[in-house]
Design a protein around this ligand. Structure first.
Ligand SMILES: [Zn+2]
Length: 489
């Protein structure tokens, strides 16, 4: 790639002033808020795109996404094998070997490898399935892949067929070159991410560990860019809150609805639910979250700016925490363990008092929280020996370090392609398939080469999901630039 950074003596910032080619705009903050790499890239006028060479694979990305969206892989049931066939045809046409496996009928997975040198291999991970769409609220067919007003519309445009196509196009671009990479690059498209990955990434890790032998790095969904004030800020996801899904089961004497008892399974479960709903777990700031809030601080109005910049102290203020939960529940959830009460089950008949009543809890733990200790804490809050706590699902917590070759390459590429942008290591409240690989010790990052307007983010799992044609083209170029930097050096 014709990188323009190395031999430039000066560059132009947006004000047109000459400044040194490589500089730090703001001092690095204590906990590693890596300053965004203002390796300003180009002598080009600010309005022109930065340094990436045009790629036919980038130009074709939006059209290819439109076709992929038309392959209906709504989960449930998934039918990811349809997506596997779509991708396999592309590999066939490009003369690239691939392998596929179904974890269950219709639940296909596909992977392909560019052979390289002996450095730890890199996985490009994406999921084929998408969440359902409620047609009544869409202005376009969610499985039509329409391209209009400069956008590709459809379920999966952002989550994550768009990024899957970007990975695929970049993979094809590198595969078409004569130069052998310094490491293997493995493209892996999986089933079932939206339902927890048991038939996709989780199944492959368990049943096809050969794919991941020698892998040191992984890129997945979970990151990306937003414009805040006048700055472009990229979030690179390094860890996630850890889901712990629980079922409380209360026991009691059954009976007839006409003769109420003092205590039943239902009264017990209601009391437990009430206690939990009133509980606010102690706030706590982990380093990755601290870095994130510090990174967001400059874009907040006063007095929030000061609170975000000193989030460790701010969380001790109950009023601030309540305000944050009201106005920004997503950010609030990064500052403490949480449990949402979601499912309730009692009797199936109105005049029967049941022996058992159940309450399901979707708890999300900070990545350093021990799940066993948390369940013990819940038992103390519930304080009822007639209620058992059953674990439905739980992951082990893990964080990927920002002190890695790949993280530094990401910072450098963002700086080069989006001069003046900021890069912030991020924590998400939701989860992706990355945890399967963090568990294996693989440095895994949520890396998104798109800059998505805040209003378009609502399309993720929502209505009228779309991604701009320009994001698809430019995003593919950025992904290619990252692969060049990380694998062709
Ligand atoms: Zn996703």
């Amino acid at each position: 790639m014709p990188s323009s950074t190395t031999d430039l003596r000066t560059v132009r910032n947006t004000a047109g002033k000459q400044i040194p080619a490589v500089r730090s705009a703001r001092p690095c903050r204590p906990l590693g808020l890596r300053l965004a790499t203002l390796l300003l890239a180009a002598l080009l006028p600010a309005a022109l795109p930065a340094s990436v060479a045009a790629s036919e694979y980038a130009d074709a990305a939006a059209e290819r996404l439109s076709e992929y969206i038309r392959v209906n892989t709504q989960n449930p049931p998934g039918n990811e094998t349809r997506g596997v066939e779509f991708i396999a045809a592309i590999f066939d046409a490009a003369g690239i070997d691939y392998d596929t496996a179904e974890s269950a009928p219709g639940r296909g997975n596909i992977w392909a490898r560019i052979e390289g040198g002996r450095e730890p291999a890199l996985v490009l991970l994406n999921h084929i399935d998408v969440v359902p769409a409620d047609l009544r609220y869409w202005s376009a067919n969610p499985f039509g892949g329409a391209i209009r007003d400069g956008h590709v519309y459809g379920r999966g445009a952002l989550d994550m067929k768009g990024l899957g196509i970007v990975q695929l196009q970049a993979f094809l671009d590198i595969a078409a070159r004569d130069r052998k990479p310094n490491r293997d690059i493995i493209f892996v498209a999986t089933a079932d991410e939206e339902a927890g990955g048991a038939f996709g990434a989780g199944w492959l890790v368990e049943n096809r560990p050969d794919i991941f032998e020698g892998v040191g790095y992984l890129l997945n969904e979970g990151g990306g860019g937003t414009v805040l004030a006048a700055d472009t800020v990229f979030n690179v996801e390094v860890t996630q809150k850890v889901p712990l899904w629980l079922r409380l089961i209360a026991h009691g004497n059954p009976g007839h609805g006409s003769t109420p008892q003092v205590e039943t399974s239902v009264t017990r479960i209601l009391r437990a639910g009430d206690r939990l709903a009133r509980t606010k777990f102690p706030p706590r700031v982990i380093p990755a979250v601290q870095g994130m809030f510090e990174g967001m601080a400059p874009y907040q109005p006063e007095p929030l700016k000061a609170r975000y910049a000193d989030i460790t102290n701010a969380v001790q203020d109950v009023e601030f925490m309540n305000y944050l939960q009201l106005t920004n529940p997503g950010q609030h959830a990064l500052l403490r363990n949480t449990c949402s009460l979601t499912g309730l089950k009692g009797s199936s008949k109105i005049n029967v008092v049941p022996t058992e009543a159940e309450l399901e809890l979707d708890c999300r733990l900070l990545p350093d929280q021990d799940p066993g200790a948390f369940i013990e804490e819940l038992a103390l809050i519930i304080n009822d020996p007639n209620i058992e706590i059953e674990k439905i699902m739980g992951f082990t917590p893990a964080v990927s370090s920002i002190d890695s070759h790949l993280y530094r390459a990401i910072e450098a590429v963002y700086a080069e392609e989006f001069p003046g942008s900021w890069v912030v290591p991020g924590v998400t409240t939701g989860f992706t398939d990355s945890h399967f690989f963090r568990d294996l010790g693989t440095a895994s990052y949520g890396f998104g080469p798109f800059v998505v307007p805040l209003e378009d983010r609502r399309g993720v799992h929502g209505n009228n999901e779309r991604v701009s044609v320009e994001n698809m083209r430019r995003g593919t170029e950025v992904m290619i630039a990252l692969l060049e930097r990380f694998t062709l050096d």
